[in-house]
Design a protein around this ligand. Structure first.
Ligand code: PLP
Length: 437
């Protein structure tokens, strides 16, 4: 047998995990020695209050942004939708181990089984739910490669909400299929910058040929939501409530791994764009570490073209280019930074989740920059051994893991967060295989 599917979730705490899908989201903030720095109002520079965020977000999500609670119950309608694909599988990647000539035991937590093929649905469904509770009829958002736009379009369809998406121009042009997916779910998609918003027109005036960035697309989506009383904005990463929703990944992974590895994980690798899938995977492992039950290292693999953790500054910065969002304390390359148009569109963000940045500052998470070439080389090896074509974003985590365990005699337990599949990113693989980069 070459692939072992770990048993489905076994409860660590039977009250929190039943029937395989977590009943609660886990909030690492409750267990950290120091609080995550608050978001600041862009005008007053005071911590933002619920009233400041109300034009953008529904009450349920605003509460989650600042909650000190350790566990927050997942509403039943959200849990029911999670059950379409959760718990996601954790499997041992034996053929990949053999290809790397390593004694490490590599486990992969695979989020590509969700309807749109990535972890993004975990938060999209929750966000659409809380917006529907507040009577919101339209959600605006940005997207890079299109994973978040398609996840939110799916979630909008589940709760009867219209979804309007600004997609980074570089990806809109090179990756049309996720745009078709958004439309299939009933969403609308525009290339960003667009001439539909004031911030978009200003950016086009500055550089008519810009390839766009996630920060620009955020400005456009925020502007439209802020000017429409029935609309709210949804962010696919970075904010505390998104990180919270993604904790289902790590809670399942910890339980699944404990069923086959008594000492838990030694190293956890994930890719980091805005930081949500890695935080979602690793924070429950950090819960175990802070409780003294295991001692894993956590590695955030980021693209060398957009290295916010390894090269950025840790300071307050805006989440967008127009300066409309609250100031977030994070590792940032600066809100004006426009990364080269790499294929891992979901990793082209200038900042990093404040929650993840904070754990980096506390020495609980370390960053590692990976070149696009090395990332795809590892992705191809993974595809040829395990069959799954990884999302270009996820290949960064695979490459970081491969470099660490290759030709090693250490019998370590390592976990890779495979945040999504790359079936709609095959043109990027074709370019790599043709020697394009
Ligand atoms: C969006 C995306 C990412 C990056 O976002 P994070 O918030 O860092 O998780 C990574 N992988 C995939 C497949 C994505 O769609």
């Amino acid at each position: 047998m070459t692939t072992e599917i770990a048993p489905t979730v076994e409860a660590i705490n039977p009250e929190l995990v039943t029937a395989g899908v977590p009943t609660h989201w886990y909030n690492l903030a409750a267990d950290l020695p120091e609080p995550i720095p608050p978001h600041l109002h862009p005008g007053t520079k005071e911590p933002v209050g619920p009233d400041d965020l109300a034009p953008l977000f529904p009450a349920g999500l605003i509460a989650q942004e600042v909650t000190p609670e350790r566990y927050i119950e997942i509403p039943e309608p959200v849990r029911e939708i999670y059950q379409m694909w959760r718990p996601s599988p954790l499997f041992r990647a034996r053929k990949f181990e053999q290809a790397l000539n390593t004694k490490a035991r590599i486990y992969v937590k695979y989020e590509g089984v969700s309807p749109v093929g990535s972890h993004k649905t975990n938060s999209a469904v929750a966000q659409a739910y809380y917006n529907s509770v507040d009577g919101v009829t339209k959600l605006t958002t940005e997207t890079g490669a299109g994973q978040w736009g398609s996840a939110l379009s799916f979630a909008g369809a589940q709760f009867g909400i219209d979804v309007e998406v600004w997609q980074v121009r570089a990806s809109y042009d090179s990756k049309p299929y996720r745009g078709y997916l958004m439309k299939t779910y009933g969403g609308t998609v525009h290339p960003s910058p667009s001439d539909l918003t004031e911030s978009g027109r200003a950016m086009l005036a500055k550089d008519p040929h810009t390839t766009g960035s996630l920060g620009m697309a955020v400005s456009e989506a925020v502007e439209v939501a802020a000017n429409d009383p029935d609309a709210r904005y949804a962010l696919g990463s970075v904010l505390n409530h998104v990180v919270l929703h993604q904790s289902v990944i790590g809670q399942e992974a910890v339980a699944q791994l404990n069923a086959v590895e008594a000492d838990g994980a030694d190293v956890v690798f994930g890719c980091a764009g805005g930081g949500s899938n890695l935080a979602g995977l690793s924070f429950p492992f950090l819960r175990e570490k802070l409780a003294g039950r295991s001692n894993p290292r956590i590695v955030a693999a980021e693209p060398s073209a957009c290295p916010s953790i390894t090269q950025g500054e840790y300071r307050y910065d805006h989440g967008d280019v127009a300066g409309l969002t609250p100031l977030l304390k994070m590792h940032t390359l600066g809100m004006d930074f426009v990364p080269d148009p790499i294929h891992a569109g979901g990793l082209r963000y200038h900042g990093m989740a404040p929650a993840l940045s904070h754990t980096v500052e506390l020495g609980l998470v370390e960053g590692q920059a990976i070149s696009q070439h090395d990332a795809f080389a590892a992705g191809v090896t993974f595809a040829r051994t395990q069959g799954i074509v990884p999302a270009p974003e996820s290949t960064h985590a695979i490459a970081a893991c491969a470099a660490y365990v290759a030709d090693s005699d250490r019998e370590e337990v390592v976990v890779i967060g495979l945040s999504g599949h790359g079936q709609l990113d095959l043109p990027a693989y074709a370019e790599y295989l043709d020697g394009g980069f």
